[in-house]
Write a protein that binds this ligand. Structure first.
Ligand code: GLN
Ligand code: ZN
Length: 761
C-alpha cells in the first residue's frame, strides 16, 4: 500500500508560522519562541500524515521562508553583501537574504513557476564559493525519526536550482549557471551521505524545471548531474519529482533513463499528456509516483476516476511499483477544511484542502491494495454527483450567453486613434495627463470601519457616510494636487478580487483558506464553484457618488475577468476559458452600467494577466487568445467617447506586447519603475503603439519619495520613444499600502514634473 505526499503547507491551519515569524521580526519574541512554533507545526504535520497511513512522508518541506533559499543556505551561496563569515547559517543571515536588513536590501524574489508562490532567486557567479552551510535537511529528517516517523527528505534538485538562479551583478553575460554543477554536486553528495548515515532510505529531488521547454544542453545537465551523483545513491531509493505541466517527450526520455534514479513523480493533473508517455513506455523495475490528487486546487478528488487511472497504470509500472501521490506539493492549496465553519455542508462536501487530500491519497492507495473503504468512496461519489447536478452550479442563462460568444472576437468598431480623438473632445485633458492607479492609502481607521460593517456592528447608513467622507477627502486631495483624471480611492475594497467575488454569484469564501505567497505572506483566494453572474451593479453607486463630488473625470474602477480568474481557485469541471468568459460577461454589464451612469473613463485592471501564462510556450498563444478576448468582451459595447483604461502589474511584457495591443484598451498604465530600459526597448525596436500608455514613473512598493527631477527625467526618457499625445503620467500601481505622508509629496512631485515638462514641449 504505497502513498506519498510531495510536500505540505508550512504555515499551519491558522497561519501559526506567519504570526510567529512576524512577531520574531518585530522583536516581540525570541528565536526559541519561533523555533518552538516551527517544531510543533512540523511534528503535527508528520503525525497527521503518519496517522492517515501515508507511507512516504516528506521532510525538509518546512521552511522559515522558502525552500530555494534553504538550498542556497545548504550550499553556502550567500551573496557577499550579507557579510556572512562562514559556519552554519543562522537566522539572522538567512532572514537578511530573504528580507534585507537595515543596511543591505533583500535578494530578488520571483514567481515559482506559474503558481502564486514566490521564491528567493539565488545569485551566482564564477566566484561564488560553495560550502555545506545548512544541515537543515538532515536535522529535519532526524527530528521526524525521533518522533518515530521515517520520512523522505526532499531537496531542490541541483539542476533546477541552477536553472532557477540568476547571474550575480557584474557577472558576464556569457557566464553559464550550469557550469557551477561541478561545484555544487560535492555538497549534494555530502548531504546525501549524511542522510543515509542518519537512516534515510529514500530521497526526493524536486526537479520541476523538467516540465519547461529546455534546450538540449540543459537536458544534458540532468544526465550528467545524476550520473555524477550515482555513486552517492548506492543503497538508496531516489525519487525525481516533477510537477506543474506535461513533461515534454524528450525530457521524459532523459528523465526515465537517469542513472541511479529509482522513482519518478509526475503531475497527472496538469500533465494529462504525460499519461500517454507513461503508457507508451515506462522503464521496468522503477517506481511510478502517480500524482493524481490535485495539489493546486481545493476540490475533492473524483476518487472513482483516479482509481481507474491508477488501475490502468498498475499494468504499466507493476502493482508493487505504483505509488499514489499528489500532483505537486500541497503547499499550493489551503490547509484544513476543518476550520471552515462558515461554508455550508453542500459546498464543503465538494472540497478537500491539504489535510483532506492526505486522506484521499491514502484511501486510493488502500483501494489499490484491495482494501477499498466503500463508505468513503460512496460518500465521495455522492459529493461528486451533487456537484455535477446542483442548481447552485449551473445557471442556464449564463451558459447560453457564454456559448453565444463563440465566433465573434468582440472588438470595438473604431480604431483606437479615432476613439482617442472622440474622447479628447469630451474630456479635454492637458497633454501628458496625470492620474493614479486606483487605491489611496488604507488607514487603520478605514479598515476598522469595513470590519465593523461586515460584523454588523455599525449600520449601513453609518458605513456609507464613513466611506463617502473618505472618498470626498481623496477627491479633495487629488484636486489640490491638480491631478487630471481622478480615482475614488477604493476605500470600500478590502481586496481587488474578493470585493467583486463577494458580489458575483458562483463564488464562495473561506475563513482560513490561506495559501503562502511569499515569506509570511498568504493569500486567501475565493472559490469559483458555479456559473458566474452579476445579480446587481457592484461599483456604480460609489463611482457615481465620487463623480458627483468633482467636475474632473472620475475613473470607474473594476477588476478584469482574467485577474479575477487567476487569483481564484477555479472550478475544474469546465475549461478555464469558459469560466473566464462568464466573468467577462458579468464585468461587461458593470462597464455598461457605469457608462450609463455618466462615468466617462473606466479602468479594468488586468494586474494578473501575464502571470497566467502557461509554462510551456506551445500553450501561450491559446491562453493569450482567450485572455485577451475576455478583456475585450468587457468593453466592446461602449461608445467611442468612453475611455477604457487597463492596468498591469508587470512591465516585463516585451514578449506579449502584441497581445497587449490586441486588448485594444484606450489607455494602459503599467508597472515600470524598476525597469524603464526593458520597456523602452520594446518601443525602440519599433513596435507600433498608438494607444495611451502610462508607464509608472515611480515605485510605490518603496516608502522612498521620488524627486521632481527624477520623475521629469524618466518622463523625458519615455518621450524620446513615445508620441507626446499618448503618454500619461502616473505611479506604477495602487497606493493602498503607502502612508499619506509618502503619497502626498510623491504625487506633488509627479505633478510638478509633469507641469515642468509641459512648458518645455
Ligand atoms: N486598482 C488597484 C489599486 O489601485 C490595482 C491594484 C493592482 O494592480 N494590484 O489598488
Ligand atoms: Zn498594479
Amino acid at each position: 500500500m504505497a502513498s506519498h505526499i510531495a510536500g505540505y503547507p508550512r504555515m499551519g491551519p491558522k497561519r501559526e508560522l506567519k504570526f510567529a515569524l512576524e512577531s520574531f521580526w518585530d522583536g516581540k519574541s525570541s528565536a526559541e519562541d519561533l523555533e518552538k512554533v516551527a517544531t510543533d507545526l512540523r511534528s503535527s504535520i508528520w503525525k497527521q500524515m503518519s496517522e492517515a497511513g501515508i507511507k512516504y512522508i516528506p521532510s525538509n518541506t518546512f521552511s522559515y521562508y522558502d525552500q530555494v533559499l534553504d538550498t542556497t543556505a545548504m550550499l553556502g551561496a550567500v551573496p557577499e553583501r550579507y557579510s556572512w563569515t562562514g559556519g552554519e547559517i543562522g537566522l539572522s543571515t538567512y532572514f537578511s537574504m530573504a528580507r534585507g536588513n537595515a543596511s543591505v536590501p533583500a535578494m530578488e524574489m520571483t514567481k515559482w513557476f506559474d503558481t502564486n508562490y514566490h521564491f528567493i532567486v539565488p545569485e551566482l557567479g564564477p566566484s561564488t564559493k560553495f560550502t555545506y552551510a545548512s544541515h537543515k535537511a538532515v536535522s529535519e529528517y532526524k527530528e521526524a525519526k525521533a518522533l518515530g516517523i521515517d520520512t523522505v527528505p526532499v531537496l531542490v534538485g541541483p539542476v533546477s536550482y541552477l536553472l532557477l538562479s540568476k547571474p550575480a551583478k557584474g557577472v558576464e553575460k556569457s557566464f553559464s549557471l550550469l557550469s557551477l554543477l561541478g561545484s555544487i554536486l560535492p555538497i549534494y553528495k555530502e548531504v546525501v551521505a549524511e542522510l543515509k548515515a542518519a537512516g534515510a532510505s529514500w530521497i526526493q529531488f524536486d526537479e520541476p524545471t523538467l516540465v519547461k521547454d529546455l534546450a538540449a544542453h540543459e537536458l544534458a545537465a540532468f544526465s550528467s548531474a545524476y550520473a555524477e551523483l550515482e555513486s552517492a545513491f548506492a543503497g538508496l531509493n531516489v525519487l525525481i519529482e516533477t510537477y506543474f505541466a506535461d513533461i515534454p517527450a524528450e525530457s521524459y526520455k532523459t528523465l526515465t533513463s537517469l542513472s541511479g534514479v529509482t522513482a519518478y513523480g509526475f503531475d497527472l493533473i496538469r500533465g494529462a499528456k504525460t499519461l500517454d508517455l507513461i503508457r507508451s513506455s515506462f522503464p521496468s523495475g522503477k517506481y511510478l509516483f502517480a500524482g493524481v490528487v490535485d495539489g493546486r486546487n481545493i476540490w475533492a478528488d473524483d476518487l472513482a476516476a483516479s482509481l481507474s487511472t491508477l488501475q490502468s497504470l498498475e499494468a504499466v509500472a507493476g502493482k508493487d511499483k505504483l505509488v499514489v501521490s499528489t500532483s505537486c506539493s500541497l503547499m499550493h492549496t489551503a490547509v484544513d477544511l476543518v476550520n471552515e465553519t462558515k461554508l455550508d455542508d453542500e459546498i464543503k462536501s465538494w472540497l478537500a484542502f491539504a489535510a483532506q487530500k492526505v486522506v484521499e491519497v491514502n484511501a486510493l492507495a488502500k483501494a489499490l491494495a484491495g482494501q477499498k473503504d466503500e463508505a468513503y468512496f460512496a460518500a465521495n461519489a455522492a459529493a461528486q454527483a451533487s456537484r455535477r447536478s446542483s442548481p447552485r452550479v449551473t445557471n442556464e442563462e449564463v451558459q447560453k450567453a457564454a456559448a453565444a460568444l463563440k465566433g465573434s472576437d468582440h472588438r470595438r468598431a473604431t480604431t483606437v486613434s479615432a476613439r482617442l480623438d472622440a474622447q479628447q473632445k469630451k474630456l479635454n485633458l492637458p497633454v501628458l495627463p496625470t492620474t493614479t492607479i486606483g487605491s489611496f492609502p488604507q488607514t487603520v481607521e478605514l479598515r476598522r470601519v469595513r470590519r465593523e460593517y461586515k460584523a454588523k456592528k455599525i449600520s449601513e447608513e453609518e458605513y456609507i457616510s464613513a466611506i463617502k467622507e473618505e472618498i470626498s477627502k481623496v477627491v479633495k486631495i487629488q484636486e489640490e494636487l491638480d491631478i487630471d483624471v481622478l480615482v475614488h480611492g477604493e476605500p470600500e475594497r478590502n481586496d481587488m478580487v474578493e470585493y467583486f467575488g463577494e458580489q458575483l454569484s458562483g463564488f464562495a469564501f473561506t475563513a482560513n483558506g490561506w495559501v503562502q505567497s511569499y515569506g509570511s505572506r498568504c493569500v486567501k483566494p475565493p472559490i469559483i464553484y458555479g456559473d458566474v453572474s452579476r445579480p446587481n451593479p457592484m461599483t456604480v453607486f460609489w463611482s457615481k457618488t465620487a463623480q458627483s463630488m468633482t467636475a474632473r473625470p472620475m475613473k470607474g474602477m473594476l477588476t478584469g475577468p482574467v485577474t479575477i480568474l487567476n487569483w481564484s481557485f477555479v472550478r475544474n469541471d469546465q475549461p478555464r476559458f469558459e469560466t473566464c468568459y462568464q466573468i467577462a460577461l458579468a464585468i461587461k454589464k458593470e462597464v455598461e452600467d457605469l457608462e450609463a451612469a455618466g462615468i466617462q473613463v473606466i479602468q479594468i485592471d488586468e494586474a494578473a494577466l501575464r502571470e497566467g501564462l502557461p509554462l510551456r510556450k506551445s500553450e501561450h498563444a491559446f491562453y493569450l487568445d482567450w485572455a485577451v478576448h475576455s478583456f475585450r468582451i468587457t468593453n466592446c459595447g461602449v461608445q467611442d467617447t468612453t475611455q477604457i483604461h487597463t492596468h498591469m502589474c508587470y512591465s516585463n511584457f516585451n514578449d506579449i506586447i502584441h497581445s497587449i495591443i490586441d486588448m485594444d484598451a484606450d489607455v494602459i498604465t503599467i508597472e515600470n519603475s524598476r525597469s524603464d530600459e526593458k520597456l523602452l526597448s520594446v518601443f525602440r525596436e519599433g513596435v507600433k503603439y498608438g494607444a495611451g500608455i502610462g508607464p509608472g514613473v515611480y515605485d510605490i512598493h518603496s516608502p522612498r519619495i521620488p524627486s521632481t527631477e527624477e520623475i521629469a527625467d524618466r518622463v523625458n526618457k519615455m518621450l524620446a520613444v513615445l508620441d507626446t499625445n499618448i503618454l500619461w503620467v502616473n505611479p506604477d500601481c495602487g497606493l493602498k499600502t503607502r502612508k499619506y505622508t509618502e503619497v502626498k509629496p510623491a504625487l506633488t512631485n509627479m505633478v510638478s514634473a509633469t507641469k515642468l515638462i509641459r512648458t518645455q514641449l
